[in-house]
Design a protein around this ligand. Sequence first.
Ligand SMILES: [Zn+2]
Ligand SMILES: [Zn+2]
Length: 322
Amino acid sequence: MVPLMLGLWLENKKLRLRDDLATPEPPPAEALIRVSVAGICNTDLELTRGYYPYAGVPGHEFVGRVEAAPGAESWEGRRVVGEINAACGGCEACAQDRRTHCERRTVLGIAARNGAFAEHLVLPLANLHAVPDHLPDDLATFTEPLAAALEIQEQISLGPEDRVLVIGDGKLGNLVAQTLALTGCRLLAVGRHQSKLELLRARGIRTGSPAEVTAGRADIVVECTGNSEGFELARRALRPRGTLVLKSTYAGDTRINLASIVVDEITILGSRCGPFAKALDLLTRGEVDVRPLIHARYPLREGLAAFEYAARPGVMKVLIES
Ligand SMILES: [Zn+2]
Ligand SMILES: [Zn+2]
């Protein structure tokens, strides 16, 4: 008989708690991981709203311990975080080292691969990163979203002369602003919530309200709200030949005036998954502060309540412990 496990299950935009999920068996070159802590991301909330038609266990931000790694026993017992895109290794994208864009990829808790809101998950050994001993589980859970924030710096180079605007003071905007601040660029982060902006001010980051944004001055704008107002503001704030970085994945379509993008020769840059090793390094050295972002924690058994709480306005990171 297959051993069963507890987990959240998403199907037809409906989330439910199940105690009859089969504990996964690691295929060759993959590891079985006992999940310790997993974070609820906006992408998870958007999945429940139909951003992508996924059926399975959601959750892609996690830390856990390797329970079995057939053929790679040195991993067993190690505390790990894991990159979420599982690549095939054989397609053109993989051959050209664009593994996060593998044509046959599965994505942890997002596409064709059960995720982290369960007692166990499986992930390729190639995706795993060992967590330094003194980095607590809570902080390690932020490796994935922090890596996503760092992806911007993999895509464009930023210097002290660059005027950079971050729009949105939620979880993602916070991590984006904290990581961009480390480049020494001329940074302004705007949002609507004083308590959230205060977290950034405490890190020495200049903040403001959307109304304070000067039109046509920013070299780079990073849009982290995922709503059309945020996009409008981003567009207005950019100077001609500026770069608009889009970080949010969300359900629905946004209306944009493409002619103005042409006239102003705007570069639009989509930005998604990023470098785990660098993210772990920043967390380990304490160069970003994620602790104040944790607003609540729930046991896996109360995972539905965790999702409800995470969807409330003003709530930042909610952790699920399994
Ligand atoms: Zn996420
Ligand atoms: Zn591939």
